[in-house]
Design a protein. Structure first.
Lengths: 247, 247
DNA sequence: GGCGACGGTTGACTTGGATCAACAGAGAGT
DNA sequence: ACTCTCTGTTGATCCAAGTCAACCGTCGCC
């Protein structure tokens, strides 16, 4: 398949970034694909794209033609209303998908911004659709991923609709911790890639409230915060705060 | 399948409820299906189910094996957390789908309750998947519907995260009005099928706050409320409230 | 047709988080 | 090393919505 004239570096890089070889494949891909199916998939996800910190991967209103799998880095998505209000709708890390919201209207309905230098796999959507007409497990996996996004959003609605400030922040930290864990990072120690204002926007709070809640958690010995560096000292305590609402 | 002893009414009802003949098909189905494709679809959506007011269509935790298209009636979906908190995550009316959240975990993640006597079309999910491997337009339509749900959820997150009580209620009324309109009902006059408490739960407000906001809108001549009967008198005024946030 | 329960309205009071404001650290660029 | 700017912290005050409570209207049921 590969041309023999290709120089070593290119071949190496291609191998390194092929789906079949990607260390995130258990996050992105269904289990149990055959050899030939894997080859087709490597072909589908042919191009990659680097996005520097602060740059947009896509903007609301732009034509939709691909979804993106994050290979490395960290993103936020946000929505801007006509009246100037905006809100962060999610934070995405390696192994997660971006752009699912664009399918419905054929243009993106939110902005995706890199919060650190990142790399994404470009997945042309019409080719994903045709491939998932061929490969049942891919089709089913994709449906699960979309559905998981819906369930996740319901969780956020729950958080925004029923939780108090400290409960929201505890839920947020535990969620991040859990996602870092399943990527092989420490569950207890990590750097936040986003500002207090972005956290607040996501959680429906003002940045001052986020800052105060962090300080409060620190006073109570639940976490150690220094700027963006977080250490979780008492997971059980955070869980208790999260689910310990009045009445 | 049907016993031949079935009386005429049964046969009639089957004919009346075929997708190809359904007056909601432009809400549920893609345009431009061929005759043969339509026949397959009618076959897919073979069974229907009546759900009386107050009954569950499904409950959180139950095995997922089908999604549902609402033929008539009105539903709410809600999520219950372990700690007793619950929240209404949406209200669904004729032509809309229920159960998409169940795909990801193979069991339902919320409860679906009829708010009036209703009828749904049962769409076995594995058969939907196999049919959409055959029919590209069906596949794409389904993806759009799932994506639309994600976009809708982002809208709710926006509402919960950034809007004040009266803005939320105005947005809610305008959304209902718009959905009734696209089903051929009056945009200006309708009955709410849900209680103040359910509206409040959906909007992240207490029922008293919802009630006060209704009264306020009435004082200002924007709507006429009497219990569940709503008349919208000033759409522009509601829109202004919705997007007229401080600063 | 009357009774009871539920849903809705309204008022008085409380409170959690927003707002306004001052300031302190950290980091990028010169 | 030295700004300048951006991000984060903390305090004082205010207000929108929550809470608690009383009451009323409606509707379904006996």
């Amino acid at each position: 398949m590969h041309s023999n004239s290709a120089v070593k570096e290119v071949t190496l890089s291609v191998i390194k970034t092929a789906c079949s070889n990607c260390n995130l494949r258990e996050l992105c891909l269904p289990l149990g694909l055959s050899e030939t199916e894997m080859v087709k998939l490597d072909d589908l996800v042919a191009t990659r794209k680097r996005v520097k910190r602060g740059e947009h991967l896509y903007r609301a209103g732009q034509d939709f033609d691909a979804i993106y799998a994050i290979r490395s880095g960290f993103f936020k998505t946000d929505v801007l209303l006509e009246d100037g209000r905006d809100q962060v709708t999610g934070f995405q890390m390696a192994g997660e998908l971006l752009g699912l919201d664009g399918i419905s209207q054929e243009h993106h309905s939110c902005n995706a911004v890199a919060l650190e230098d990142s790399e994404v796999c470009v997945i042309p959507f019409s080719r994903l659709e045709s491939l998932s007409r061929e490969i049942q497990t891919l089709q089913h996996h994709f449906h699960k991923v979309m559905s998981r996004e819906i369930v996740r959003d319901h969780g956020v609605m729950m958080l925004l609709g029923t939780m108090r400030a400290e409960e929201r922040l505890a839920a947020f930290l535990l969620n991040l911790s859990q996602r870092f864990t399943s990527r092989g990072y420490s569950h207890a120690e990590f750097y936040l890639r986003m500002t207090r204002e972005e956290i607040g926007s996501y959680l429906g709070l003002k940045l001052e409230t986020v800052s105060r809640a962090f300080s409060r958690f620190q006073e109570e010995g639940l976490i150690a915060v220094q700027q963006k560096h977080i250490r979780i000292l008492n997971v059980a305590g955070l869980k208790q705060i999260m689910s310990h609402h009045a009445q």
